[in-house]
Write a new protein. Sequence first.
Length: 317
Amino acid sequence: IFTVLDILLFYISFEGILFPLYYLIGFWGSRSRKIFAAFQFFLYTIFGSIFMLLSIVIIFIKTGTTCLIDLLYYQFSKELEFFFWLSFFFAFSVKIPIVPFHLWLTEAHVEAPTSGSVLLAGIILKIGGYGILKFLLPIFPVSSIFFTPLVYIVSFFGIIYGCFAVLRQSDLKRIIAYSSVVHMNYGTLGLFSDNILGIEGSIFVMLSHGIVSSGLFLFIGFLYDRFGTRIIFYYGGLVQIMPKFSIFFFLFSLANIGFPGTSGFIGEFLIMLGMFFNNFFLIFFCFLGSILTSVYSFWLYNRVFFGFISNFAVKNF
C-alpha cells in the first residue's frame, strides 16, 4: 500500500487488508457479536470502495494508464474530476473513518482481540489519510479546493460528535475507539488546510495516534485479561493496587489529549497553526475539540483509577 505508484495496485492492496482482519475479528474476537462485527467491517469497506474501482476503470479508459506519475499531468473535465474526487474521498472516508461512516470502527474495536485493535488503530485507519495525501490531493487539485468547505463541516461535526459520544459509552474499548474517530478527523482537517504546516501536522497526528491509541488499547487488553470485564462501572481505585500501570496510562492519556511535551501536542499544534493561516474563525472549533478531548480523557482516567475499589476481582487482585 505504502510503496505502489499505480492506483489499480493501490486499490488491490487497499482491499487486500480486509481478509486477514475479517478472520482476525471473526475467529479470535472476544465476544459473541464478533461475526456481526467482521461482516460489518467487510461490507462497509467493500461498499465504500466500489465507486473508487469504477472511477479507476473510467480513468484507465480515458487516459490509458493508472500510473500516478502520468495522471499528475492529465487534465480531466470538471464533471469527471468531481465524480472521481467524490468516489475516492468516499472510499477513504470510510477507512479513516469520518462520521457517519464510523460505525464499523467502534464495533470492530469492541469485538476484536487486543492484537486486532492495535492493528486497526496503528495501521488500518492511516490508510485513508495516506490515500488522500498520496492520490486524492495531487490528482484532483481543483476538486480538492472546491470541496474543502464540505470536508471542514464533516470533520468538525465528527470531532464534536465523537467527543460527546465518548461520554455516554460504558465499554473501555468503545471509548478509545470514539477517541480514534476524533483524532483522525483532526488529521483530515490538516490534510485540507491548504498549507504545509497543516499537512505536516496531519502526518504527525496520524503517526502519533498510531502509537498512543495502540498503547491505550494494549492497556485495556491488560485489564480485560486480568479482571474479565471492560465495563467502566466495574472499575475504580486501580491506582491503589497498580501504581506503575496507572502512571503509564496517565502518560498515554496526556499524549491522547495533546498535552505539551507529548507527541500528540506537536501534530495538533501544527494543524491549528495551519488552520489559523487558512481561516482564523475555524481555529475556535479546533480549540473546542481539544477542550472536549481533555474532558473525556480525564473523565475516563478518574473513573478507572481513582475513587473506591468497586470490583470484587480488583479487591482480590
